[in-house]
Design a binder for this molecule. Sequence first.
Ligand code: ADP
Ligand code: ADP
Length: 229
Amino acid sequence: GGTVRFEDVRFSYDAGREILKGISFEVPAGRTVAIVGPSGAGKSTLSRLLFRFYDVSGGRITIDGQDLREVSQESLRAAIGMVPQDTVLFNDTIAYNIRYGRPAASEAEVEEAARLARIDGFIRATPKGFKTEVGERGLKLSGGEKQRVAIARTLLKAPPILVLDEATSALDSHTEKEIQDALDRVSEGRTTLVIAHRLSTVVSADEILVLADGKVAERGCHAELLAKG
Ligand code: ADP
Ligand code: ADP
């Protein structure tokens, strides 16, 4: 399972401006759909609606045919995993941070997730940047490493539906490639919605929607969109 459908979805944060103006698409179970578009187009709003941080103002969102408004918060949290742009880490070991999404996971499962995300070299370390009674301590993680901790956490949780918010633009190309590889592993076989900033990072998506001003301006696979210019 895990088919996600947006049906003529409309949304305003307040009575004023409409942010999403009738968005329709489907992510069939196990497939990947990418949303690209300029800043302010409504990409993050769309993912917030999927998590039901807000309810749609018009139209509907369904998972396997069930209206999101009829799905409990618990099932929604179990069904959807998020790899956010910026990961907040707890003042504990990397292993603890990976385990956070699934406290009952075995040590071996945590290690396997870390290996797949390529952070197995330092899972016993604690991230730096926390003020404790003994002062600052721990390991300084780069943005890319932090994101791979988030990827490992999601791998361990193994939700049927994934939302990937890509923030690879500020990273060097080697780190970007490592993250891309890890994201590819995490999304394999799952229903995946990728929020991306550039077409170049979503080459393998089954469908790409170009969002502009709250509407779908273009849609197609990577080659089709390139051909359109
Ligand atoms: P994107 O992710 O494509 O950059 P967003 O979904 O973040 O776009 O934002 C779309 C529009 O909604 C923007 O004009 C933004 O200013 C507005 N917006 C985002 N969050 C809020 C909010 N909490 N309240 C009011 N307006 C918001
Ligand atoms: P986890 O780390 O396993 O995702 P959290 O308690 O952090 O657990 O989050 C629970 C759920 O909240 C996630 O599975 C996801 O559905 C949602 N969520 C978490 N972080 C974000 C985020 N940055 N943006 C949107 N939704 C989020």
